[in-house]
Ligand binder design. Structure first.
Ligand code: 6GU
Length: 244
C-alpha cells in the first residue's frame, strides 16, 4: 500500500513511523509512507496557508488553493483521499478494514480552526478519530496509519494476529494473563492452566461477552452473535436479545 500524508507539520511523524510495526512494515516494503508539506504548495512570497474566516469569528481557516494543489500532486486513478477533521464520521474498525483494501490512501491533516469548506469536494471522505478536540489532524493521522498498516498482509508476525484483536470480532477482548500463575496473591483463572482447549475457548468467549456487556454494551447491537452467545448474555442480564 502507498500512503501519502499532506500536513503542515511533517516533523510530527518522524518518531511514530520509525518504530515498531510501522517501521518493520516499511522496511519490508509492505507500505510506503510519503510526507508532503502543504506549505510547499503555497506560491506567494510568504507561503501563506491560512486566512481569516468570512463572516468573522476566532482563529484562522486553511486556504483552499494550497490544499487542492497538494491533493492533485498525489492523486492517482486508484486513490482514496481522506480529510481528517473533527467534523468527519467517527473512525471504527470496520472503516479501518475498508481503508486497508485501497492500494493508495492520501490523508490530509486539517489545522487551525478549520479547513475551507470547498476542500470537501477534493476528498473522498472526511474522518474524525473521536469526540474530543485535537490541535490538528496529525495525531489522528498517526492513529489512522497505525490502524491500517497492522491489517496489511505480513505486517504482524503471527498469521491472523490482527484479526483476533479487540473490536475485530465486534466485542472487547477477553482478559489475558502470562506467568507467573500467582502474582501478589492474584491467581490466573484455573481454566487457563487446565490444558482443556475447548474449555479455555468457552471461558474466553464468555469473558469477552461479559466485558463487552459491562463496559461497552452498545457494541453488542452490531456484533455478530451466535445463539449460544445470546444465551450466555441473557444469563448475564442482557436485555437486548430481542432487539439485537
Ligand atoms: Cl481528525 N482532527 C482534530 N483536529 N481533532 C480531532 C480529530 C481530528 N479527531 C478527533 N478529534
Amino acid at each position: 500500500m502507498d500512503i501519502d500524508l499532506l500536513t503542515l507539520f511533517p516533523e510530527m511523524f518522524a518518531g511514530p513511523f520509525d518504530a515498531s510495526i510501522i517501521k518493520r512494515a516499511r522496511a519490508a516494503g509492505i507500505v510506503t509512507i510519503r510526507l508532503h508539506n502543504i506549505r510547499d504548495h503555497a506560491h506567494d512570497r510568504h507561503h501563506v496557508v491560512d486566512d481569516t474566516p468570512y463572516g468573522g469569528g476566532d482563529g484562522m481557516v486553511m486556504k483552499p488553493e494550497p490544499l487542492f494543489e497538494a491533493i492533485e500532486s498525489v492523486r492517482r486513478p486508484d486513490s482514496h483521499v481522506i480529510l481528517l477533521t473533527p467534523q468527519g464520521q467517527v473512525l471504527d474498525q470496520a472503516a479501518v478494514g475498508r481503508l486497508a483494501r485501497h492500494p493508495h490512501v492520501a490523508i490530509v491533516c486539517g489545522r487551525y480552526e478549520g479547513v475551507d469548506e470547498r476542500v470537501s469536494t477534493a476528498v473522498d471522505e472526511e474522518l474524525s478519530i473521536g469526540d474530543y478536540v485535537l490541535s490538528g489532524g496529525e495525531p489522528a493521522a498517526i492513529v489512522l496509519v497505525d490502524a491500517i498498516v497492522r491489517l496489511l498482509p505480513g505486517a504482524i508476525g503471527a498469521e491472523g494476529g490482527a484479526a483476533a484483536d479487540s473490536h475485530a470480532s465486534g466485542l472487547l477482548e477477553h482478559p489475558q494473563y502470562t506467568r507467573p500463575a500467582e502474582f501478589r496473591g492474584m491467581k490466573v483463572p484455573d481454566v487457563l492452566l487446565s490444558g482443556n482447549h475447548q474449555e479455555v475457548h468457552r471461558w474466553q468467549r464468555g469473558e469477552a461477552l461479559k466485558r463487552t456487556l459491562e463496559r461497552r454494551p452498545e457494541l453488542l447491537a452490531r456484533a455478530p452473535l451466535t445463539a449460544e452467545d445470546r444465551e450466555i448474555l441473557r444469563g448475564l442480564g442482557w436485555a437486548g436479545a430481542e432487539a439485537g
